[in-house]
Design a binder for this molecule. Structure first.
Ligand code: SF4
Ligand code: SF4
Length: 119
């Protein structure tokens, strides 16, 4: 196929990709690793997640015996989820994390805001 006919064909064909954000995002598959979810009620403060995290995303809060994290550091490896003995950590299907505000609430997990986790 010649270059011109290839260009013309592409000009009038439908896009191959989803038109997000004009349309809803496509469903993500099972096992997708989105934003980390934390349930403080299930957390026993064992700190295993803190030890395995390769990016120091998670910090232990000794007073509360809970954790806090800033998603801006997370590489979504899921190691903390795998090691957590109580299921307090899960990878959600939420991947809509773009923001021009590094203090955006969606980046915080646990009582991170008052601890200045992002610094
Ligand atoms: S998913 Fe990986 S990088 Fe993110 S907090 Fe857990 S261990 Fe750290
Ligand atoms: S591994 Fe689980 S139970 Fe232990 S501190 Fe982390 S979130 Fe809490």
């Amino acid at each position: 196929m010649g270059l011109v006919s290839w260009i013309v064909r592409n000009l009038f064909s439908r896009p191959m990709t989803n038109r997000f954000p004009k349309t809803p995002p496509v469903p993500v598959p099972e096992g997708f690793r989105g934003k980390l979810q934390y349930d403080p009620e299930k957390c026993i403060g064992c700190q295993l997640c803190v030890r395995v995290c390769p990016t120091q995303t998670i910090k232990f809060l000794p007073e509360e015996k809970k954790i806090a994290f800033w998603v801006g550091r997370c590489v979504f490896c899921s190691q903390c989820v795998e090691v957590c003995p109580t299921g307090a950590l899960q990878m959600s299907k939420n991947f809509l994390l773009a923001s021009d505000d590094m203090h955006d609430e969606r980046y915080m997990g646990g009582p991170a805001r008052r601890r200045g986790m992002e610094r």
